[in-house]
Design a protein around this ligand. Structure first.
Ligand SMILES: Nc1ncnc2c1ncn2[C@@H]1O[C@H](COP(=O)(O)OP(=O)(O)OP(=O)(O)O)[C@@H](O)[C@H]1O
Length: 251
């Protein structure tokens, strides 16, 4: 573990959808704290609010109440009090996403999917981007498939490209929604190892949603969300020490 400081804190998050009789309360007052270098798992039944919480913590969906505090080189900041532009910039630079549906560009090869993250997001040179994309694809066992389009890859291969795309920028945070669902366990385990390495060796804070309890032995902490309420499970294996400099609370 590189460090044990708190890097993300969701405080009293409430979110519902719709009005009147059709109103669905997805989150009822959820607080969560994650630390640098921590690999966290969130489980819970279908419809319990997991994707909603992931979207709020990652700046994609505003909460009705509550806030999300993030710590970066600029200090402690409220994600939901940033301007839209600041939040988009924050997401682009600091957050890697792995979605269930891969979200790959159909017209780009596996290598190009990774290269554009570095070229557009960071202005990395084309030769350096290509080198890093190739390194990441080899790590993912896709070295020989880097020239193929998403339509020419299997579901599991597409998922590995999506994971490479999320991790290639060495993000401060990575949010993953069912990252192993399309994979057999041999590949799923590789993916989990990659996420764990990104957390433990590169200091990323990783929160993954999964129904797959085989992930439990790999994570540092697990949370259970049910009916819009979050609890921490007791399967914590390697909890970092309490932070000496916690993020300040929302007043
Ligand atoms: N855009 C939306 N419009 C209306 N209701 C929504 C919307 N998004 C989520 N909900 C509702 O909020 C609740 C929580 O949904 P959410 O997708 O967060 O659950 P989940 O735990 O991720 O489910 P799953 O495991 O099936 O993906 C559900 O009752 C869902 O129907």
């Amino acid at each position: 573990m590189i460090d044990d400081e708190t890097t993300l804190r969701g405080v009293d998050l409430v979110r519902s959808f719709g009005d009147g009789e059709g109103r669905a309360v997805a989150l009822r007052s959820v607080s969560i704290e994650l630390r640098r270098g921590q690999f966290a798992l969130m489980m819970g039944p279908s419809g319990s609010g997991k994707s909603t919480l992931l979207a709020i913590l990652s700046g994609l969906l505003p909460p009705d109440e509550g806030d999300v505090w993030v710590r970066d080189d600029m200090g402690d900041r409220s994600l939901w009090k940033m301007t839209r532009r600041e939040r988009e910039d924050y997401r682009l630079r600091q957050i890697g996403f792995i979605f269930q549906g891969y979200n790959l560009f159909p017209a780009l090869t596996a290598r190009q999917q990774l290269e554009i993250v570095l070229r557009w997001g960071y202005g990395t040179s084309s030769s350096e981007s290509r080198k890093r994309a190739d390194e990441m694809l080899s790590l993912l066992g896709l070295g020989k498939k880097s020239h193929l389009l998403p339509g020419q890859l299997s579901g599991g291969e597409k998922q590995r490209v999506a994971i490479g795309r999320a991790l290639i920028k060495n993000p401060r945070f990575c949010f993953a929604d069912e990252p192993t669902s399309a994979l057999d366990w041999a590949h799923g385990e590789q993916v989990v190892e990659l996420l764990r390495t990104a957390a433990h060796e590169r200091g990323a804070t990783i929160l993954t949603v999964s129904h797959d309890s085989r992930l439990l032995p790999f994570v540092d902490v697990s949370f259970h969300l049910e009916d819009g309420r979050l609890s921490r499970s007791d399967s914590e294996l390697e909890m970092p020490k309490p932070s000496a400099t916690p993020l300040r609370s929302v007043s």
